[in-house]
Write a new protein. Structure first.
Length: 318
């Protein structure tokens, strides 16, 4: 009887252990592969490595080689450096790690070392700053020893001027023939994507926005920024806070600069404001002139007189 009780207990224990193992295997199989850590870093999350260029100062060491004990070499205008034993080495356009690997490879190929331990340090970049030009408050060259973002560079230059456009051109030091154009926008996601990396030696140029000028018998004469590159006659008049009661709306003029010179186009502004005539799109540098209703004043409002008033106009930025 005791033997049967012990046998029954052993069977129950084995069944319990088998159930636990089955549950464990099921749990392991049920873990989704997506829960695993990603194999690579998302694109754009890491800053690109700085590239060696002409004029940079490199410090090179090879363990156990007195001739390479913190040897400083300046990169020539052709992008080469001269080293003992192996002679000239072309390093321009390479990262410091790539230069390190290249020197080690040449030491092995020349049978000077079996397994050289090479260390390369960029002690000085010839152009350690980023150049910010165009429509910024303080154009110039600003120190930058590492990678920054485009908005950082613009901020260092004091920010944008009221006449700044929404196009920024970034010319890379290592690829000057393929400038990168960035569109500035108010949308959060697009602005984040446009906040590209800026490296030492790069040049940032902020474009000038298109302006439309409204002069004459209006409440706020001035030059107005074309938001997103678009503006109509009605919008321009609204930006100028409307015409004065003494304005001669039916004698308004649109002055436009073309390839052959400046042209004048009469405008029936009264009917446009009353929605009896179609609104017209304007172009950058257009001048909308609204004369005074006084006959003597309107008669003198020729093209030369109108354009002479633009020199004293302040730019208005809403």
């Amino acid at each position: 009887m005791r033997f049967l009780s012990k046998l029954l207990a052993i069977i129950l224990i084995l069944e319990a252990v088998g159930g636990i193992e089955a549950q464990t295997q099921t749990a392991v199989k049920s873990v989704p592969q997506a829960a695993a850590a990603p194999a690579s870093t998302p694109a754009g999350s890491a800053s690109p490595d700085l590239l060696v260029g002409a004029g940079d100062l490199l410090e090179i060491s090879v363990y156990g080689a007195p001739d390479f004990d913190k040897k400083e070499v300046r990169v020539s205008g052709t992008g080469d450096i001269g080293l003992p034993l192996i002679g000239p080495v072309h390093v321009a356009g390479k990262t410091v790690q790539e230069v390190q690997t290249l020197i080690a490879q040449k030491l092995v190929e020349g049978e000077f070392f079996v397994n050289p331990q090479v260390s390369v340090f960029a002690k000085e970049y010839a152009t350690q700053g980023v150049t910010v030009l165009g429509e910024v408050l303080k154009p110039g060259v600003y120190p930058e020893l590492g990678s920054r973002r485009l908005f950082d560079a613009i901020s260092l230059a004091g920010g944008l001027t009221p006449k700044a456009g929404n196009v920024v051109t970034v010319t890379r030091r290592d690829d000057p023939n393929h400038p990168e154009k960035v569109i500035l926008t108010g949308a959060t996601q697009a602005s984040t994507q446009g906040n590209v990396d800026v490296l030492p030696g790069d040049t940032v140029v902020v474009s000038k926005a298109g302006l439309v000028y409204v002069v004459g018998d209006v409440k706020l004469p001035g030059g107005f920024v074309m938001e997103n590159g678009k503006m109509t006659i009605l919008q321009a008049v609204a930006m100028a806070q409307g015409a004065n009661p003494t304005a001669s709306l039916n004698k308004a003029k649109l002055i436009r600069t073309t390839a052959t010179g400046q042209t004048e186009t009469p405008l029936d502004l009264k009917n446009i404001l009353a929605s009896k005539a179609p609104d017209m799109p304007l172009q950058a540098e257009d001048v909308l002139f609204v004369p005074n209703s006084t006959g003597k004043t309107a008669g003198r409002s020729g093209l030369t007189t109108i354009l002479s008033t633009l020199s004293g106009i302040a730019i208005y930025h809403p």
